[in-house]
Structures are given as structure tokens and as C-alpha cells.
Design a binder for this molecule. Structure first.
Ligand code: ADP
Ligand code: ZN
Ligand code: ZN
Length: 763
């Protein structure tokens, strides 16, 4: 029996999802409607016939059912991308537990009336000595943004404005003077909103010419826009493509070591998909969405490529979605939100670094981009290609079961490039033998060697501000945030800052607990490491990159390009420096305290540590000189460390899966986490207990459920709000979805209980 009522929105955009109108479904349509379908409805006073999208079907009438108008009929024709996205939102709501509103807001772009920015390209007018002079001048005057733009132009004489803005942080304020000084030309391409068709044609020719120019400039500079694939790459392409042309749309996993040429495989596949007149979404975690990567795609595919990233304004993003919808783009590259690009002819979704945590949304609906990508691919008849040097356990398990196709690339693609040598240093032994420095003797020796040979070094710790707190030597208490359950982190400016809520105070003179004056900083953060490195290697030029140095809009890119230019010998930072970047002169990577992340209160910490160490080691020796990675650790025998040292994914996988099966963690079982919060601790306590008891009675019987908790969240209090988790394990994912619905129903009936929020997370 179909539902009785349909909620319909008329204008699909982020802002209008709140304006939902309810209609009665006529008998002949009951059971024939789904979310996303376009329908004809009578609208407004005059009951004018309009089109709307069904967003939800329900049996609950919001008003007097007799007063509801009736849907007139289904709009005939093919299913648009818009319809698919609304259906996808509905699926996400069902799967992950959120309101329809939250789900729609996730998939629909924010419409914002923005000033029309003409699309531009930036073209370099100087060459040879003129260019050198301009660069030298920018360097001397510390015009960092100009320097960055000039350097990018030296490599690519024509750059699309979008890429320059999104990836380099270029602004018109910086470009205009450069134009006036005859350094660059700003060429306008057509603006997609331009209503004048004739003008559009001229502009189209222009943009075509510019694409050509870009390519020619590339050839002059000796780029290969296309490499000759090696046998492993070719085999991967052939297998996937054969399957594709036979009409199969399965998911593939490309397991390729760092530098094995996965990106070239993607690009070859993309080219073939484009030849079929279809479109492609390329997902890349934001942190690896670097200038180099983006330009590789531009070089090969010209300006039918567009980028999305979180630094873009909502207006800019909306523009990209519009261009996608109108078919003016063939490829969109971006973080997980690029998944919702309204392509009408989607042929393939590529998801690079598929193991990355950034693919999991922490906002409701708490979706995983991999699962949503699979769903979208299925809807659109597209193939999904996952790639990683360290596949997630979930994906690799599916590949082993044959649910995914598996391609393996186990050699570096460049002929003279070899995987790094990895050495493990036991920090316990260092200490025993009298070395109290955070740099082991072996690492020190290698750093000195690299400094001497003018090669570059990256040093990282696994977490920001770890243990960088202040404690009292008398009573042993650490200084904590009064609103959150965490210690405050000491920053160089002498202030203590809460990384959860932003609370900040100067370091007090006396211990707030016992009044003792003996309070002192403790532990090792990135700032501290920088200080120590400066002391121990006084001749070295050092750069540091962490959330503090990169909180400025473009700080991140600035530090990376300075390092790429060779302005420093050592780059120090958190894990963010070793993800996805490609610095050919780096020949040494040091993980200063590899096991910090092994203590994290998370069953995935072994996997995360392994991934990070393998990816980090992969940063060394990308150029001509072979690289070395040094892993310093207190747990040299831990299997994650051991497997990373031997770069043996398979060995790690077997061990880790054994542990997950033994402990009952995903992907061995499904895990539903119910996260409850309240400002009142007592309310939270009793409500969480009641829910646990209810689920045990109602849902537990005969379902092989394992209920754990309620337990305090890893950080119990944040911003004066208390948080508890309830874990439910069951092998069958679908049963967990049912359980979630039972919990939702139950909590709806307990409105009086007033938990501040309940969120569901299904893994
Ligand atoms: P991954 O994405 O697996 O890390 P990339 O595609 O970035 O690897 O390739 C690593 C390096 O090897 C890049 O500089 C790329 O240009 C180069 N490369 C890739 N495939 C080939 C090939 N078949 N021949 C020569 N160089 C290649
Ligand atoms: Zn004290
Ligand atoms: Zn706080």
C-alpha cells in the first residue's frame, strides 16, 4: 500500500528545502511515487499548474487532510540529475538517520545571488630574464602571493582563474597591479550566465584557443601531457575498461603503492569515459587537493575541468554546480561534496585515497562518501573506482570477497624511482643509552647527512599539540578547560587554548587547584619540536606547518610552496604535511613518535597509524634520489609499526582483521553508535539507560545483538554539554538500520525527556 501524502518542494535549492508543501496522493498514483520524482501540482491561490519535486512520502497529514490539494500527475520524461540527488538524500536519511531537511541540505547547493564574476584566465607575458627579475623582486619585497602566482605561471603560462583562486588564493586585488605592470594579461572567457548567444560563441572560440595555447605552452616546457603507461598500469586500465564496455558497472579497487601511477590510470580511464560523451567526478581528500594535482588534470583535459574546495565562497560553489548541471563541465574534482555535482551524464566516479577519514561526514547525516558514491553510481549507471596505497579494511575485504574488482600496482611508476628504505628506531633503547633528545641518534645522523647534501627533510608527529599542556608539579593536575573535558594547549604566545571550544586564557601564575607557583609546560608539540630542531641543527632553515600556522586563509599553500621552492631544509608538522604532497627533493622523512596515534581511544587507531606511516614513508625519494624513512617509536614490535616498516599491506590486513574479528569491530561486524547529549548530566544518565534497556527488550530478542554502554564519550563534556555513547553490534547491517529506526520511534515518544541531541553513526 502506497503512502497517502507527499511533501513537495518547488524550487530546488538549499534555502528552499524548508518551504515544503504537502499534497494528497490520488489513488491511482499511490505506490507509484518515490522521492525525487517530478510532479505537477496546483499551486497558489489560482491553482496554477507548476512542477515540483517529491522529497518525502508519508502517512501523516500536517494539516486537515481534507484541505490538502491533490497531486495532478507525474512529469513524464527521463530522470534528471536533480531527481537523482533528491532520491539520494532520501536514501541517506534512511541509511544514516537524519531529518530529510538535513539530508537535502547536504546534497543541494546553496543558491546565493552573487556578483557576476567573469571567468578569466591568467596569462604570463614575461619570459626569460624579465620573469626572473619579477620573481626576484617579489621575493625581495616579500610579496608572497605574487611570488606564488609567478611561480605557478613559470610552470604553466596560462592558468584558469578558478584554479588560481581556489588553489593559490589569488585575488583580483593582487592580479590587477600585475596586469597594469605588464606582467600578466587577464583574458576573459565567457561567463556562463551571459544571455547573449552571439557573444557566447565568440567567447567559446576564445576559450578553445586558450585551451590549445595552454597545451602548446606545456609542450614547449617539455611536459608530457600523457605518459606511456607501464604494464601494470595498462593491465589495470584494460581490465576496468573491458568490464565497462561490456556494460558492467561494478566497483573497482586499485591498490597501488605510493608513486605507482594511480593518477595516470585514473586519467586514462577518464579520457575514455569522456570519449563516450559522459562525465566524471573525481574525489580527492581536501588535504591532498594540491596545486600540482589540479594542474595535472587541467593540462590533460583543458578547461572542462573544474575544482571545488572548502575555501571557495558559496557563490563560487553554486556557480560550479550550475555549470555542471548545464553540461558545461566534464570533470569535477573536489572533496566529498563534489559527489553531489548535478551531472546529467555521469559515467564514472573516482575516489582517490579512499581510506581517508575525511570522506566520513561528522555532520548529520553522517554519511561515508564511499557508500554514497556507490549509491549515486548505481543510480546513474556509472562505475566507481577506488584507489589507495593503504585501502580501508572495508574495501579490501570486499575486494577479497570478489564484490569489488581488484587491481594491484606494486612498483613505482617512474623508472628510476624506488620505494623508500624504512628503519625503525626503538625510543626506549635511546633513553636507556642516555639520549634524552627527541631526535634519535640514527635520525640525527641522517638529518645531518641530508643537510650536508642539500636535500630536504620532513619531520612529523601524529597529532597537533599532543601533550602540549601545562601541569602543576606540586599537585600533578593539568590545566583544563572549564567547559570541556580536555586539557588546555599551550601556544607560543603564552596563552592556553582549548582546541574544542576556543576558550583561551594567559598561563596563570599559580595553580588554580592547589595554589602552588610551580606550574610548567609539559610534553612535545610541533612548536616545541621546531624549537628543539633549531637548537640541534642551527644551520638548517626550518618551516613549521600545523593548524596554528595555517589558520590564515592561504597559510597552508604558502608554506608548502615555500618548501617546494627550497626555501627551507626541514619541514616540521603534524600528519597533514605527509599526506599526498610530492616534493622531489625530500629524501628523508622522520616519524618522531609513531605510536602517539596508537594510544587513541578508537578501534581504528592501528589502521590509522599504519596508513599514516606508509603514506609518510612514501613521501621520501619521489625524485631521483632514493629516500629513507625513520620511524621512532616506543612500540617497535607493534604489528602496525612492523608492517609499515616492511611496507607490507597484506600482512597488516591479516593481523588487523584478526583483531577486528576477535573484538567484534567493523568491518567484521556492523556498528551502530547512538550519541546522546544533554546540558543536564542527570537527564543524560537516565535517558541513556532507559534507551539501552528498551532496545535490549524490544530489539535485542533473537537478533544476536550486542549492546555496549551507555559509556561516556571519549571527551565527555564539550562546551558544557555532556555526551554519552551507546554501541550496538550486529553482523547484519540491515538489522542495525531497523534498530536505529526503533530507537528513533522510541525517542520521538519521549519528547519530555529533552535530550539536547541524538545522533546516529552507522559503520
Ligand atoms: P600515485 O597517484 O600512485 O601516487 P602518480 O600517478 O602521481 O602516482 O605517479 C607518480 C609519478 O610517476 C608522477 O610523477 C607521474 O608523472 C609518474 N608516472 C606515472 N606513471 C608513469 C609512467 N607510466 N611512466 C613514467 N612516469 C610515470
Ligand atoms: Zn597544583
Ligand atoms: Zn573548551
Amino acid at each position: 500500500m502506497g503512502k497517502l501524502y507527499a511533501n513537495v518542494i518547488i524550487d530546488i535549492s538549499h534555502e528552499s528545502v524548508d518551504r515544503v508543501f504537502q499534497y494528497r496522493i490520488p489513488e491511482k498514483l499511490q505506490g507509484n511515487l518515490t522521492a525525487g520524482q517530478q510532479v505537477y501540482i496546483p499551486f497558489g491561490k489560482g491553482n496554477k499548474r507548476r512542477k515540483g519535486y517529491v522529497v518525502e512520502l508519508t502517512d501523516d497529514a500536517e494539516y486537515d487532510p481534507d484541505k490538502l490539494k491533490e497531486i495532478e500527475g507525474i512529469v513524464p520524461g527521463s530522470v534528471s540529475a536533480q531527481s537523482q540527488l533528491i532520491w539520494l538524500a532520501w536514501w541517506m536519511k534512511e541509511q544514516y538517520g537524519s531529518t530529510m531537511n538535513q539530508a537535502l541540505k547536504t546534497v543541494l547547493p546553496v543558491k546565493q545571488q552573487v556578483k557576476e564574476i567573469p571567468k578569466r584566465t591568467i596569462r604570463l607575458l614575461l619570459d626569460g630574464s624579465g620573469l626572473k627579475e619579477a620573481i626576484a623582486l617579489a621575493q625581495k619585497r616579500h610579496y608572497t602571493l605574487r611570488l606564488r602566482i609567478l611561480e605557478a605561471l613559470a610552470e604553466n603560462p596560462v592558468i584558469p582563474w578558478e584554479a588560481a583562486s581556489a588553489q593559490l588564493g589569488a585575488t583580483m586585488a593582487a592580479l590587477k597591479p600585475m596586469e597594469e605592470q605588464g606582467i600578466i594579461a587577464l583574458d576573459e572567457r565567457r561567463s556562463y550566465r551571459n544571455p547573449l548567444a552571439s557573444m557566447e560563441r565568440t567567447m567559446e572560440q576564445l576559450s578553445f584557443k586558450q585551451g590549445e595555447e595552454e597545451r602548446k605552452a606545456g609542450e614547449r616546457n617539455g611536459w608530457e601531457t600523457k605518459v606511456l603507461l607501464n604494464s601494470q598500469q595498462q593491465e589495470a586500465v584494460d581490465r576496468i575498461w573491458n568490464d565497462y564496455t561490456q556494460g558492467s558497472r561494478k566497483t573497482w579497487l586499485i591498490h597501488g603503492i605510493t608513486g605507482s601511477g594511480k593518477t595516470e590510470v585514473y586519467m586514462e580511464l577518464i579520457e575514455r569515459v569522456l570519449e563516450q560523451g559522459l562525465q566524471v567526478i573525481v574525489l580527492i581528500p581536501e588535504i591532498s587537493l594540491t596545486w600540482q594535482t589540479v594542474m595535472r588534470f587541467y593540462r590533460r583535459f583543458g578547461d572542462r575541468v573544474s575544482v571545488l574546495n572548502s575555501r571557495m565562497s558559496q557563490g563560487e560553489r553554486y556557480d560550479q554546480y550550475e555549470r555542471a548541471r548545464k553540461g558545461e563541465l566534464d570533470i569535477i574534482i573536489g572533496p566529498r561534496s563534489a559527489l553531489f555535482a548535478p551531472f546529467e551524464r555521469l559515467g564514472m566516479i573516482i575516489m582517490d585515497e579512499e581510506h581517508e577519514n575525511a570522506y566520513k561526514s561528522e555532520l548529520s547525516p553522517r554519511y561515508h562518501a564511499r557508500e554514497v558514491a556507490a549509491c549515486r553510481a548505481k543510480l546513474s549507471g556509472a562505475a566507481l573506482i577506488l584507489g589507495s596505497a593503504t585501502p580501508s579494511l572495508e574495501s579490501y575485504t570486499r575486494a577479497l570477497k570478489g564484490e569489488y574488482g581488484l587491481c594491484t600496482l606494486d612498483r613505482r611508476a617512474k623508472e628510476d624511482s624506488v620505494p623508500p628504505a624504512v628503519e625503525v628506531v626503538d625510543l626506549r633503547r635511546e633513553l636507556k643509552e642516555g639520549n634524552k633528545s627527541i631526535f634519535s641518534r640514527r635520525l640525527t645522523e641522517l638529518i645531518e647527512d641530508r643537510l650536508e647534501h642539500r636535500e630536504q627533510i620532513m619531520l612529523f608527529i601524529n597529532r597537533r599539540g599532543y601533550a602540549n599542556f601545562v601541569s602543576c608539579r606540586s599537585c600533578g593536575e593539568a590545566l583544563r578547560c572549564p567547559h570541556c573535558d580536555v586539557t588546555l594547549t599551550l601556544h607560543k604566545n603564552g596563552r592556553l587554548i582549548c582546541h574544542y571550544c576556543g576558550y583561551s586564557i594567559p598561563v596563570p601564575k599559580l595553580c588554580p587547584v592547589c595554589g602552588s607557583p610551580y606550574i610548567a609546560p609539559f610534553g612535545t608539540g610541533t612548536q616545541k619540536i621546531e624549537e628543539l630542531a633549531r637548537k640541534q641543527f642551527p644551520s638548517a632553515k626550518i618551516l613549521r606547518m600545523d593548524l596554528d600556522t595555517t589558520s590564515k586563509k592561504e597559510g597552508h599553500q604558502e608554506i608548502l610552496s615555500a618548501f617546494a621552492r627550497g626555501e627551507a631544509d626541514i619541514l616540521i608538522g603534524t600528519q597533514m604535511i605527509v599526506k599526498g604532497h610530492d616534493f622531489p627533493r625530500v629524501t628523508l622523512v622522520g616519524a618522531l613518535a609513531a605510536d602517539l596515534s596508537l594510544y587513541a581511544p578508537d578501534y581504528r587507531c592501528g589502521e590509522q597509524t599504519f596508513d599514516l606511516l606508509v603514506q609518510a614513508a612514501g613521501r621520501a625519494g619521489r625524485g631521483r634520489h632514493p629516500g629513507t624513512a625513520v620511524i621512532q617509536t616506543y612500540q617497535p614490535d607493534h604489528y602496525a609499526v612492523q608492517a609499515a616498516a616492511s611496507q607490507d599491506y597484506r600482512a597488516f590486513y591479516e593481523q588487523e582483521m584478526g583483531y577486528r574479528r576477535l573484538m567484534g569491530y567493523p568491518p567484521a561486524v556492523g556498528l551502530l553508535t547512538v550519541q546522546m547529549s544533554s546540558r543536564d548530566e542527570q537527564t543524560l544518565l537516565s535517558e541513556a539507560d532507559l534507551l539501552a534497556r528498551y532496545l535490549n527488550e524490544r530489539a535485542g530478542a533473537g537478533k544476536d545483538l550486542q549492546l555496549i554502554g551507555p559509556v561516556n564519550a571519549p571527551v565527555y563534556k564539550v562546551n558544557d554539554i555532556y555526551r554519552k555513547f551507546l554501541y550496538i553490534k550486529q553482523e547484519n547491517y540491515d538489522i542495525l538500520i531497523q534498530i536505529r529506526k526503533i530507537a528513533e520511534e522510541y525517542l520521538k515518544g519521549r519528547e519530555a525527556a529533552r535530550l539536547l541531541s541524538v545522533q546516529y553513526d552507522l559503520t
